[in-house]
Structure formats: structure tokens, C-alpha cells
Design a protein around this ligand. Sequence first.
Ligand code: ADP
Length: 311
Amino acid sequence: ALPEIEKQGFGDLLDKVYQTGEPEFGYEILAKIDKNKDGNLVEGFYNFVYQPIFDLNKNVEGISVFGFEVTEQVKSREQIDKLYNEVQNSNAQLQNFASIASHDLQAPLRTITSYTQLLFKYSKDKFEPNELEFIDFIQNASKRMQELITNLLEYSKIGIEKNFYISHDLNEIMKIVLSDLQPLINENNVTVSCTDLPCLKTDKIQIIRLFQNIITNSIKYRSSNNPVITISAKKENDYYLFSILDNGIGINEKYYDKIFEIFQRLETDKNVEGTGIGLANCKKIVEQHGGKIWVESVEGEGSTFYFQLPV
Ligand code: ADP
């Protein structure tokens, strides 16, 4: 017997099976069925299959209909969709927040910086040496805060800004990166070598930023030896694996994940300037391109940063 279905279109389906003689299936229907056989109709989602039954002349003489209940599956799917939307929303809100907050923080900071400068310029002679030192502290802290805000702004923009994925010759991109870094390279007697790089669909500005961050780190976290940096790329299945090898101070294995988190710096580098955002940016950029990034290192010998970009 047919279940009592409270749904329009059910009859149309039966007609269709009668006419075509083909089975129909995969229909998820909200139906009320006396599933406990106690006279009460219980609402639930059912997946129905309509199978034609043929007489000896191969005419459809009836249709067997059976359904299996998928209420739980439908409910959990709805729950997943709901959670997914919530995560998307809160992510967007968070990015907006970081972007607006860092932007708005800049104005009061500029006021602090410029008035401290004026104070120093016009009232220098009235201050005791230790008071001048206090002003110096304020100026240094403001400068540092300015750096943090600028970097935070940059970080929050990745993901909000529209990306332009166009095919780029990464050899050309590397030329730009190395030429931008030329002063730092010369100053530190760095030897850089690079194998032939592929052409890939990438966002040029982001990829420049990615290479620049990693190579700059290889120079910043150098050992007493002159830095030697080797960049290479090789195709592995459906992605290219890039590696940037240095002979710097290296990273302890327990910090392999931590260094990619925002504002995370290691104790070893108190003397090296930085805000701990560079590698967080790199992670975001690589992930936006559909790849992943990680590091392997031997402390005291050097590090290799790896990242994948899809072909
Ligand atoms: P920053 O350089 O501003 O501190 P990053 O996010 O670029 O921030 O790097 C995070 C931390 O990872 C650095 O503070 C440093 O301790 C470590 N690190 C990054 N690159 C290297 C490297 N090539 N060799 C050794 N340590 C590194």
C-alpha cells in the first residue's frame, strides 16, 4: 500500500513511471507516515524509489514504491550547513574587525607620536636626562606599535582583497624579489641560488610577499657564517613543491607549528627586529592558493621552508 504522502508532485512521479516504464529514485520527500502502525502519522524525510512492475506484455501494470527514512541524515546535513554558515560569518566579521581596528588604531597612535616629537623638539632643555629617556621609550614603543598595526592590517587584508590568479613565470617573480632584497643581500654577503621555476596561476603580489618573507627570514636568522640560500621547485603529482634552504640558526622541532601563528616569535631572536607576522602571512597566502607550508630544520645548521602550490 502506498504511504500517505502529504506532498504535491507525488502523483506526477507515478504518472512518469507509468509512461516511461523507467524507475525513478533519489527523491527526498517530507512525508507523514504511520510508521509505528498505531494510526498516528509521523512526519519525517524519506528517500523513495519507484520501480515499475510489468505485465506479460511489458506494459506497466503497477509500481512498487518503497522508501527509507533519512530524517536523521537530513537533520545533520542541515546542522552542518548551519554551522558552516555561522563559521563563514564569524570569519568574515573577524577579518573585518581586524582590518577596521588596525586602521582606526593608526590615528591616535599618530597623535601620540607627533606630540611626543613636538615635546622633545620644543622642551628638550627643560627635561632631566632620565625624563628624556622616558620620551625615548615612548617613541620606541610607538614605532613598534606602528609596525605591529601595519603588519596586522596587511595580514587582515589577505583574504578580503580580491585575488588575481593569472599565469606568472615565477622566474620573473623571483627576479623582482631578489632585486628588492639586493641591499640586504649585499650587506650580509648572501649567496642565493635558484633552480628553474615553473609558470603557475598565482596572485603576483602575494607570491612576491611569500618569497620575500621567507628569504628575508633566512638572512635575518643567519648564523655567524655567510648566509647561503638555495631555492628550488619540483613537480610532484598535481602540485609543485618549493623549498628554500638556508644555513642559519635553525629552529627547534617543537616550534615548527608555532612560528606560523600570528605574533609568535622565538626567544632566540631578541636582537632581530620583527613582529612575528611574516610566516602567518605566508601560511595564509599559501593556503589561499590551495597549498600548504611547513618547515624542517636542524638547530645550529639551518632550516628548509617547504610549500606546495597546485599545478
Ligand atoms: P618575525 O621574523 O617578524 O619574528 P616571522 O613570522 O617571519 O616573524 O617568523 C616567526 C619566527 O620564526 C621568527 O621570530 C624566528 O624565531 C623564526 N624563524 C623564521 N624563519 C627562520 C629561519 N629561516 N631560521 C630560523 N628561525 C626562523
